[in-house]
Design a protein around this ligand. Sequence first.
Ligand code: ZN
Ligand code: ZN
Length: 365
Amino acid sequence: MPIRAAVMTAPGAPLEIRTLDDPDIEPGGVLLETIASEVCGTDVHLHHGRLAGVPYPIVPGHVSVGRIVEVRGVERDALGEPLAAGDVVTFLDVHEVCNACYHCLVARQPNRCPSRKVYGITYSANEGPLGGWSERIYLKPGVRILKLTEGLDVDDVIGGGCGLFTGFAAVDRAGVRLGDTVLVQGAGPVGLAAAAFAGLAGASRVLMIGAPEARLVLSERLGVDQRWDLDATSEEERAAAVRELTGGRGADVVIEAAGSPSAIGEGLRLARDGGTYVVAGHYTDVGEVAFNPHTELNRKHLDVRGQWGTDFHHLVRALRVLARHRERLPFRDVIGARYALEDANQALADVEALRVTKAVIAPTR
Ligand SMILES: [Zn+2]
Ligand SMILES: [Zn+2]
């Protein structure tokens, strides 16, 4: 049966509906019927050609949930749960990490493995339905599949999407300690998830700078104690307010999820001396920024860390926390709209214009 997919043929070109061949299921392969796939800020950036090495045409959609329609010789998911046709699953978009290179074996940073491939980003549409904006998704042998077990709702998982895992990874990377004041820059899916996980990690106070107002209102439900609308306040006002809340020191931890170069200087300044700054919002290249290495880094004794993508353990642990704390992580409510494959261009436009916080492609609804 041919498979319909929304294909991003080149940066700047409108997406097209194309028909892909039904893949041959290799031993160890799994075919999913797509239930939902997210539209993430990265997809907007891919459409602008902001990530190097993307083999257009691609089928976008890196975080997806689907129902197994065919499985060849795979009996269990990545954590040993029995797997069969009809099960609803998600999977780690990162694949083909080699476990043999310097990054994998010595540095133990498999997210920098040069062999690393990512569904919806680094596979060509000519290789098959290897992205979620497609009626079906082919999971190659070795893809880390996770069955959505009890407590995990499809809408919570896809409403969180990759922002859920990236936000989790950023909090993990920051080493948030019980009682910390955590400031999150950015009120998109990554920022909202980071704020929620920071609260669950024991932050005594979670602050947020972002826009638009609709997202900030949502942030309250995810545990943000105090927020500033980026468009309605000046950097000076925000700095004064953060200093006032922190005895003049600044936040113990600042997490950048804004994806804008201008956020970086402010983030460096709003972290306290000896604090930690995690940059997680610059997955794609949005430009450069100048800062003063004396006052904002060296003398400040600041710990600055980048978080590049996510790893399997982030996925597993984030979903465990989600299953346990559904009421504090209401990501189903972050879904602003659902789109058919034909409306993928509209979905991208709506995400880019911040008209919806989380857009979801539902190819088979
Ligand atoms: Zn994403
Ligand atoms: Zn490797």
